[in-house]
Design a protein around this ligand. Structure first.
Ligand SMILES: [Zn+2]
Length: 181
């Protein structure tokens, strides 16, 4: 299966469709009703959950390119999944990993050896790095891992990603084999 698409002149809703195709028809993805570039903010993206019968809304800073839609669209895949309930800290990293593997374009991140991770590295860059390596930089492998971990989280009702990687974006997380919580 080939997921990579040229993003130049791309319709942003087609990126949402690519996330839907990636996850497959068996998965309930939150619909995205609107994608807008906003004049009052330069950078960053926001994903607003559905409300009052409307689907999700994506807002991008006016300087942002269309590539950020991959990250924001994945929030719609993530929102209702078992991992979001049991491993909530992994959402941003998964959004980044989806975006980078789909675009085949990777942030130049190296695990720092002489200092602790910043919170931005913990939330976004480091989990993305772990997920991309686990998936061998292949979006179909990432999908397989996503579905498998969701099935495990649903069955075991505990944070399976943090156990799998022996690490969590949550700085207070500790691994406890006797009493996983
Ligand atoms: Zn995000």
């Amino acid at each position: 299966m080939l997921y990579y698409m040229e993003t130049k002149n791309m319709n942003p809703y087609e990126i949402v469709n690519s996330a839907r195709r990636w996850v497959g028809s068996s998965w309930k993805m939150v619909p995205v009703d609107s994608i807008a570039w906003c004049g009052d903010r330069e950078r960053g993206g926001l994903w607003y959950p559905p409300h009052d019968g409307h689907g999700a809304r994506i807002e991008l800073g006016r300087e942002e390119g269309i590539d950020l839609v991959y990250h924001e669209a994945f929030h719609s895949v993530w929102h209702d999944c078992p991992l979001a309930k049991f491993d909530p800290w992994w959402g941003e990293g998964f959004c980044n990993a989806f975006s980078e593997t789909m675009r085949n374009c990777y942030f130049d991140y190296h695990v720092p050896e002489v200092r602790p991770l910043t919170q931005h590295e913990r939330n976004y860059l480091h989990p993305c790095y772990l997920l991309c390596h686990k998936a061998l930089f292949d979006p179909s492998h990432l999908r397989y891992f996503f579905l498998r971990m969701n099935a495990e989280a649903q069955q075991l009702e505990r944070p399976v990603l943090s156990e799998f990687f022996q690490w969590s974006p949550d700085p207070s997380w500790t691994f406890n084999t006797e009493n996983p919580s």
